[in-house]
Design a protein around this ligand. Structure first.
Ligand SMILES: CCCCCCCC/C=C\CCCCCCCC(=O)N[C@@H](CC(N)=O)C(=O)O
Ligand SMILES: [Zn+2]
Ligand SMILES: [Zn+2]
Length: 423
């Protein structure tokens, strides 16, 4: 970073510090100290990737194929790390000095919950008495062609994020010789419990959380018969929920999702396993609490022999403002529309978790958005194979932050149109 962005690291306007050894915190001083600062957030770590999973290019090669850069982290979210810094480098080179000060925070352990990076940066800022106007992190993006009937692309700005629970299920039994097996084994009991969780998804809650606002915002962009349905969510929420739950990416809007992610048991082919363990990762819909989810797991498993432990979890995050007076939301929206004039901007609930949740005591407005384009098939690249970003899109990301930083320099938002008419 120091090599690529020499102007940032030598600017008298910028203080840079390392937190928890590997995370970066930058303070970019503004000329008007009375303006509340904001925070741009990204992370430098990635989930693992292995070429043998079927990548078209080695996952750490950044190889360019047909205008796309392939590599783990191109979507999540090194295009944001580099985009923010590249934009700032250009601005400084142009002699720009911001009026409103801002922070840039690059965590180093987001993919393992940010307990070292983001947690410590947030605590440093808290100790310094910092209050933030808003926080902008990764999460949502520009979605194009992912929902049938929706005309044109939609930029969803995450105004909240789902809660999560990581739950360990385990069954213990006395081991023995496989030639004289009991009628049920620890593996069989646990497999049945896991199957019951998969067969009985959490309740459909479409319409009871902020996803309702997303579809209300997008209603006018649906083709005619669907538009009527989307404009009458009070009546059609169950029907829309039923349609959305058919695809994994849109099902995430509809309910608390249940994913069995790890299953371990047995040490030898002729020994009855004494211990079988499974991990289940749930993402909690805003209309449910962590406790309600734990109670439902208990009743669905319905077997005292299966021990259920909550390893980690949190309730869904509060919903940030998205109205006409919301500085962060309106500035992000304006900037998106400057870069992509044809998209519809709407608030949404981010279905994954982000480092921004650790900053919730420093601001009431947290937004999750990077202007990355997702077309059909692209959501599987997130943590998957062939993660890639087009060079054009990377340039758009740089342009987005370049413009956003300048757009934040206004003292306050202009009065909404309606009050101008009233005058
Ligand atoms: C017009 C509407 C179409 C909407 C389709 C939505 C498809 C969802 C697309 C993208 C998924 C966004 C996932 C955001 C993940 C955020 C970052 C992440 O990977 N976090 C990790 C680690 C953590 N901090 O917990 C995670 O496991 O969530
Ligand atoms: Zn990420
Ligand atoms: Zn990730």
């Amino acid at each position: 970073l120091m090599k690529t962005f020499p102007t940032i690291f030598s600017s008298s306007l910028i203080q840079h510090e390392l937190v928890a050894n590997y995370s970066h915190l930058f303070w970019v001083q503004g000329s008007q100290p009375d303006l509340l600062p904001y925070l741009l957030l990204a992370h430098t770590d990635v989930v693992p990737a292995s070429e043998s999973d079927g990548w078209d290019a080695p996952p750490f090669s950044a190889k360019e194929i047909d205008g796309f850069i392939y590599g783990r982290g191109t979507i999540d979210d090194k295009s944001s790390v580099m985009g923010i810094l590249q934009a700032l480098e250009y601005l400084l080179l142009k002699g720009y000095a911001p009026r409103r000060g801002f922070y840039i925070s690059l965590g180093h352990d987001e993919e393992v919950m940010g307990y070292m990076g983001a947690v410590n940066i947030a605590s440093v800022l808290k100790q310094r008495g910092v209050q933030l106007l808003f926080v902008l992190d990764e999460g949502f993006a520009v979605f194009d062609g992912l929902i049938s009937g929706l005309e044109g692309p939609a930029a969803l700005i995450g105004t909240s994020e789902k809660g999560f629970a990581t739950v360990k299920l385990s069954v213990s039994m006395i081991p023995g010789h496989s030639s004289m097996p009991p009628s049920e084994t620890s593996i069989g009991i646990l497999a049945a419990a896991v199957k019951r969780l998969e067969d009985n998804p959490m309740p459909r809650l479409f319409g009871y959380g902020p996803e309702r606002g997303t579809f209300e915002h997008l209603a006018h962009k649906f083709s005619v018969p669907v538009r009527f349905i989307m404009s009458n969510l009070w009546l059609f929420s169950p029907l829309i929920g039923w349609v959305l739950e058919r695809k994994p990416d849109t099902n995430a809007f509809v309910r608390t999702t249940t994913a069995v992610t790890m299953f371990n048991a047995g040490v030898k082919e002729n020994v009855i396993a004494s211990l079988a363990e499974a991990y289940v990762n749930l993402r909690i819909h805003p209309a449910q609490s962590l406790q309600e989810v734990m109670d439902l797991i208990q009743s669905t498993v319905g077997d005292q022999r299966v021990k259920i432990e909550l390893i980690d979890g949190s309730d869904p995050l509060p919903v940030s403002s998205a109205d006409e007076k919301s500085f962060g939301f309106q500035i992000i929206k304006k900037t998106v529309l400057e870069i992509f004039s044809t998209v519809t901007v709407a608030p949404g609930i981010c279905v994954g978790n982000t480092d921004s949740r650790h900053y919730k005591d420093l601001t009431s407005d947290i937004y999750r958005f990077i202007p990355i384009w997702f077309k059909p098939g692209d959501t599987q690249r997130f943590h998957g194979i062939n993660e890639r970003i087009s060079i054009k899109n990377y340039e758009e990301i740089v342009a987005f932050y370049f413009s956003l930083i300048q757009n934040c320099d206004i003292q306050k938002l202009p009065e909404p149109h309606s009050s101008v008419h009233e005058l």
